[in-house]
Design a protein around this ligand. Structure first.
Ligand code: ZN
Length: 131
């Protein structure tokens, strides 16, 4: 039997016996216990989230305006989403193979992979636009 069930049974016995002030004390204790359980659950989640953020923070490195996993080189991840919301959001290629942008916050593109820069001059075929 849980503490909650035990207190609830005790409250029922007190109510049957006409001991209303004691019955109300038990109900107040039950209410406080439920509030504390709820707070405890919230704090446990917060601790878990903070541990995960710390774990990720210790394995990320910033390079070329993006985050990358230190050991695997996986990336790029959006710095804005990580810094503001602690969300490791994969950035997506954006036209030129060296540029990436965030699908979550759409904060613009960064030259995350300068080694892939496609800086060849674009030749525009005038026949396509002037007919
Ligand atoms: Zn973002």
């Amino acid at each position: 039997m849980s503490i909650y069930d035990g207190l609830k049974d005790a409250a029922g016995v007190l109510k049957e016996a006409g001991k209303i002030p004691e019955y109300r004390q038990i109900l107040e204790a039950l209410e406080k216990m439920l509030d504390l359980q709820k707070k405890n659950t919230e704090l446990e989640k917060e601790v878990t989230d903070l541990k995960e953020k710390l774990r990720i923070k210790n394995v990320l490195v910033i390079k070329n305006h993006a985050y990358w996993y230190k050991e695997t080189g996986e990336g790029p991840f959006c710095t804005r989403c990580w810094d503001s919301e602690s969300k490791p959001i994969h950035m997506h290629p954006n036209g030129n193979p060296s540029f990436y942008s965030c699908p979550n916050c759409k904060s613009g593109s960064v030259k995350a992979k300068p080694e892939l820069d496609d800086d060849r001059p674009r030749v525009m075929d005038m026949r396509d636009s002037c007919q």
